[in-house]
Design a protein around this ligand. Sequence first.
Ligand SMILES: [Zn+2]
Length: 174
Amino acid sequence: MDLIPSFSVDHTKIIPGIYESRVDAQGDALVTTFDVRVKQPNAEPAIAPAAMHTMEHVVATYLRNHDEWKEKLVYWGPMGCLTGFYIIVKGRPAASEMYPILLDAFRYMRDYEGDVPGATPENCGNYLMHDLPMAKWEAARYVEYLETADKNAIFTYPKTQRPQLEGDRTFFDS
Ligand SMILES: [Zn+2]
């Protein structure tokens, strides 16, 4: 594997989409982190924390019960900036290959009814901080965006190459 330069992403140019963020070697295997950008950073309101929390629970439940993806999923969780989520998977699928499963997951969130899974004091660190109606609204909006967006634009970050610095994220080209 060759080490290739890190890239920095100009957040003023990011549009919602599904983007490879980093690839890490774990022993002989690779794991890939994707940024699942739901909101345009700094240009529209971020997702409210309670809705974000509900989307974390419901989408995680979907992915962890999915016949194909439950084995490949390493992690699903919210970005601290509340504009999207991280998904970490085994291997190095292309962002476009993540599109169908993520579209399905957000459709599941959009259509979800009933109790938020895991929203109990035994299973969650802040079980009262949930907002299912807002989570459904956000998911519906993102699904519509993903369905209609230009597929040439939502899988590739605008990248600005810069020199490799010590402590930078490390990218491996498989
Ligand atoms: Zn929770």
